[in-house]
Design a protein around this ligand. Structure first.
Ligand SMILES: [Zn+2]
Length: 129
């Protein structure tokens, strides 16, 4: 999967972000693996040529949250709950640190790969709830 097609994919799914991200430069490379903040507090999980959109949910309660990516326990104010629509009928809920840069650094490539496998394999299988 080339960088070009990933960029097209991003542009297709997140037109506003793509404009922001790629509007100025011509040589922007989209990494093949990572979590990226997009518009309205949403996140995009990119792995190879695949992409899943994470939609933020309202915070409920004040219990500590366990991050599904870096596996650190955080306070509610430091973590967010995200809904991923893997398929029309399959929804996955993820708790992630709001400071995704630090979170991804802690998790490392392996952690990101594991998360991507969890989310994107679900999308591929299309399992019903
Ligand atoms: Zn985290």
């Amino acid at each position: 999967m080339s960088d070009h097609s990933e960029r097209d994919l991003l542009r297709e799914l997140f037109p506003e972000t793509a404009r922001e991200e790629f509007g100025t430069g011509v040589s922007v490379t989209v990494p093949t693996l990572g979590l990226y903040p997009v518009a309205d507090g949403r996140m995009a999980l990119v792995s190879g040529g695949h992409l899943a959109e994470l939609e933020p949910l309202e915070q409920k309660g004040s219990k500590a949250a366990h991050c599904d990516l870096c596996h650190v326990t955080r306070s509610r104010s430091e973590a967010g709950v995200f809904r991923v629509r893997a398929t029309e009928r399959t929804t996955l809920y993820l708790t992630l640190c709001l400071n995704t840069e630090h979170c991804q650094r802690r998790a490392g490539k392996q952690g990101l790969e594991a998360l991507a496998a969890r989310v994107l394999s679900l999308a591929a299988v299309g399992r019903e709830e």
